[in-house]
Ligand binder design. Structure first.
Ligand code: TRP
Ligand code: SF4
Length: 402
């Protein structure tokens, strides 16, 4: 059913030390995906510039630091391609070319545009770069013909817009003057399935219905040794009268991490309530030990209520059923003290982070390792991006081949 093979792509803005909320939200998901699909993971440093253009040096430092955090978390350069956006300048070329066919209204309507302008009122967000940011994201995705984009809920509208951009691009630039002739030639190559394809196409064009379109496209997959060009034409011909040059990606919704911060609010750098991925055991211990608890437990003998305590939220993430029972009973009967209650959480986090810190240390001791990983990842990414760009330039008629 797919014109392009499965490919996962996701990016993150460099924001400084990543924390265990990122780990339980996005990174563990990436580590799982890298075993299932070809994956590309990149540092979206240009995206960071759209809001932080006056801190370029920090953005660059954070970018490299973030790669170490990813490696620490278990993103494996032998499985996934890890790269930095600004080192693959093809992203900028596609961004520019897509901008020619992107209606302004589409960008102005993206929910994060007005949201962020209101929320980050201390920043200069009245720039062209900030308005164009979702289109840059579309270019990031489309340049690899990514089929799956793991993102949080807030990013889903961006993936939606990416799909619209792909459709629009294919519609505008996939229409060749002799498309019909070429498409019909491609249909003949379907051999025994040609008739069925034509029927499904007619049905789709007359009655609509995603199912006929899907069936027609599925047919294309059953015929081996079709050229990519023929497949592109057939894929588009099933639907209308254009080739499909850019793939429409699907958002792969990342479950929201329920990681509470040290103060019970959501864990976030801006609340200053985080435990970093590479936090030292002593710091983890100190941070948890000084966490607020149920305000009703002033003295050791006062009974408490876990539901009112941020530490309980951490038990929900880290503790097994037996420990949770022990907390519930011990807290409500004042049978245990808060420091006692916190210890299993401290132990669990320290245990969880030990292998991450160990992996990170290897890279901190030998920065050349990280450099090589990124250089290698960028080269691989550029090769893939280059293929798409060749097709894009050709489809747009920017190459003089006569
Ligand atoms: N906009 C994303 C964020 O703020 C980061 C990002 C940039 C991204 N380009 C992407 C995510 C492409 C997925 C795919 O989190
Ligand atoms: Fe919170 Fe545990 Fe203290 Fe109860 S005993 S208030 S759950 S830290």
């Amino acid at each position: 059913m797919t014109l392009f093979p499965d490919r996962v792509l996701s990016g993150m803005r460099p924001t400084g030390a990543m924390h265990i909320g990122h780990y339980h939200g996005a990174l563990k998901n990436w580590v799982r995906l890298q075993d299932e699909y070809p994956c590309l993971f990149f540092v979206a440093d240009w995206h960071a510039l759209t809001t932080h253009y006056e801190e370029t040096q920090k953005v660059t430092d954070d970018a490299w630091d973030m790669v170490i955090d990813w490696l620490a978390a278990g993103v494996d350069p032998a499985k996934a391609t890890i790269f930095i956006q600004s080192r693959v300048p093809e992203h900028a070329e596609l961004f520019l070319l897509l901008s020619m066919v992107t209606p302004l209204g589409w960008l102005e309507r993206v929910p994060t545009y007005k949201d962020q302008q209101e929320k980050l009122s201390d920043r200069d967000l009245s720039t062209y770069g900030f308005l164009g940011y979702p289109l840059m994201q579309a270019a990031d995705i489309l340049i690899y013909r990514s089929t799956m984009v793991p993102v949080g809920e807030d990013q889903v509208p961006h993936v939606e817009m990416t799909r619209e951009i792909a459709r629009r691009f294919n519609h505008v630039f996939g229409a060749e003057p002799d498309f019909e002739v070429k498409a019909k030639a491609a249909v003949r190559k379907l051999g025994a399935s040609a008739k069925r394809f034509a029927e499904l196409r007619t049905r789709y064009q007359q009655e609509g219905g995603a199912e006929s379109l899907q069936q027609a496209r599925a047919l294309i997959d059953t015929v081996s040794d079709l050229s990519l060009e023929a497949r592109e034409r057939l894929f588009g011909y099933a639907e209308g009268a254009h080739r499909v040059i850019l793939a429409e990606p699907a958002a792969l919704l990342t479950e929201v991490s329920k990681m509470p911060g040290l103060d019970g609010q959501k864990m976030s750098k801006s609340y200053n309530n985080t435990i970093a991925l590479r936090e030292e055991p002593e710091a983890v211990t100190k941070k948890i030990r000084t966490m607020p608890t149920d305000p009703a437990r002033v003295r050791r003998n006062d009974p408490g209520e876990p539901e009112r305590c941020p530490v309980w939220q951490l038990h929900l993430v880290y503790s097994d059923e037996a420990t949770r029972q022990w907390v519930q009973t011990g807290c409500r009967t004042a049978g245990i003290g808060c420091l006692e209650c916190k210890q299993p959480v401290i132990d669990a986090i320290v245990r969880e982070l030990a292998p991450l810190r160990e992996r990170a240390q290897r890279y901190l001791d030998d920065p050349a390792l990280v450099r090589d990983i990124v250089t290698d990842g960028c080269a691989k990414a550029r090769a893939m991006a280059g293929e798409t760009m060749r097709d894009v330039r050709q489809a747009m008629g920017l190459v003089r081949d006569r």
